[in-house]
Design a protein around this ligand. Structure first.
Ligand code: AMP
Ligand code: GLY
Length: 424
């Protein structure tokens, strides 16, 4: 198989690492990729928003599968573009079409979908500029803290949690009337606050059958003890200790099955990963959000625990024969710790040389924001690399990841020293 993988983060390096082990891979292209993916295939400079350019590349290079890492191309309809094109329609895209990707692309769509299918989630109301005063009234009837969500994609920044009614009203107005998040906040979902502990669950589906992947927990805040600004994710672990078989069964029966069946019943053919952001409230699971892709950094712990051939699963998605494929997991635990550029998630520098990666032998180093400069590897983003390790338990895996990080250096490197602190 000749595969084009879209994206450039740690998630894509982990997917590339896994696909590179497949006996059915002939050639892997990664667009745009990073210094890590370059060692597993050929990085190509394509814009993920320019579908025509992607088409030209696919035809010229006889690519026969496209795997999409991030949500943007999916929400923008890359799967629909391929399906509608005579020359591309035989090339499967691993990732849902535009309609199905609305599960992530529109919070209001996701909430309505969950309501229709009785999937447990926080109570909500959706408001626009024209219904701002109804929005205020809705807030007045709720208890703090107040959760406001921009309906559309807002680069992970569209969720606000506010302590006072006054702030909540001010932010609601700013989102709706002053377009705080541009078009993404032309509709705002106001949601009941749920108090609990979060985890991430994943399935891969061909629109008919689905296969579960291991669950994970990510650490989103920049600071130790889950304090400070939100980031893309500072580390992750798998499995999640509080996700016992009873709780995982509840997730499957109350959330996963109704979602996959609900999509099918509504005539939405979903092909790809579904990411369920779940919160555990007194041992009952609720959906906080859907994503139409794998998580990052969750992929860096989930994919290393997959023993089966990932490309074989992707082939099953493409040909709607996923039910015939085996999914086998590694029983060991995995942990990943992100090294980030000092200052991230605010202002940070790029272009710093990274030393010591080759000295790491007992962990996997997945590159996130890196670029090759001849033989040197330079920082090229906020999240720079993820050190993933296996262990007989989480504690052992984490210890190995911290030992790996000790060997790697770049100017102003930062990382959280307490990944897993709340569950160990
Ligand atoms: P999202 O951008 O949708 O991932 O949401 C960001 C974060 O906001 C989530 O990971 C949760 O920690 C938090 N969050 C979202 N919705 C709720 C809710 N209804 N109750 C409590 N926390 C929430
Ligand atoms: N780690 C959360 C996400 O990928 O959205």
């Amino acid at each position: 198989m000749r595969v084009l993988l879209l994206g450039s983060g740690g998630r894509e390096h982990a997917l590339a690492w896994k696909m590179a082990q497949s006996s059915i891979l002939e050639k892997l292209f990664i667009a745009p990729g990073n210094a890590g993916t370059q060692q597993l295939g050929e990085n190509v400079n394509l814009s993920l928003t320019n579908f025509k350019e992607i088409k030209t590349f696919v035809l010229k290079n006889e690519v026969n599968m496209v795997v999409v890492g991030p949500e943007d191309p999916l929400v923008n309809g890359i799967a629909d573009f391929f399906e509608a094109d005579d020359e591309l329609s035989k090339v499967p895209v691993i990732g849902p079409n535009k309609e199905a990707a609305q599960l992530e692309g529109s919070k209001d769509f996701a909430k309505q979908f969950m309501k229709r299918h009785n999937i447990p989630t926080a109570k909500y109301g959706t408001f626009t500029k024209d219904t701002l005063s109804e929005g205020y009234e809705y807030l007045e009837k709720m208890n703090p803290p107040y959760v406001l969500k921009a309906d559309g994609l807002a680069a992970g920044k569209g969720v606000l949690i506010l302590e006072t009614l006054k702030e909540a009203k001010k932010e609601l107005k700013s989102m709706l009337s002053d377009a705080k998040f541009g078009d993404a906040s032309s509709r705002v979902v106001i949601e009941q606050f749920l108090d609990g502990i979060e985890l991430s669950c994943f399935v891969i589906t061909d629109g008919d059958a689905y296969k579960k992947l291991p669950e994970a927990k990510d650490y989103k805040r920049i600071g130790e003890g889950d304090k400070g600004l939100n980031t893309g994710g500072m580390g992750a672990i798998s499995p999640v200790p509080f996700a016992n078989p009873t709780f995982l069964d509840k997730i499957e029966n109350q959330i996963i099955i109704p979602t996959v069946k609900g999509l099918k019943r509504e005539g939405i053919v979903y092909k790809g990963f579904i990411f369920f952001g779940i919160i555990n409230v007194k041992n009952e699971p609720y959906v906080i959000e859907y994503n139409c892709r794998m998580g990052d950094p969750e992929t860096e712990v989930v994919i290393p625990r997959l023993k089966s051939d990932l490309l074989d699963l992707f082939e099953g998605v493409g040909t709607q024969t996923l039910s015939e494929r085996d999914v086998v997991f590694d029983e060991r635990s995995t942990a990943t710790v992100m090294m980030v550029s000092g200052g991230y998630p605010e202002k940070y520098a790029k272009g710093k040389q990274i030393f010591g990666i080759n000295g790491v032998t007992d962990s996997l180093i997945f590159h996130a924001g890196t670029v090759a400069d001849g033989p040197a590897v330079m920082t090229n983003g906020g999240r720079v690399l993820a050190a993933t390790s296996y262990g007989k338990d989480l504690k052992t895996a984490l210890k190995k990841s911290y030992e790996a990080i000790d060997k790697i250096e770049f100017e102003k490197a930062n990382f959280r020293k307490d990944i897993g602190f709340d569950v160990l």
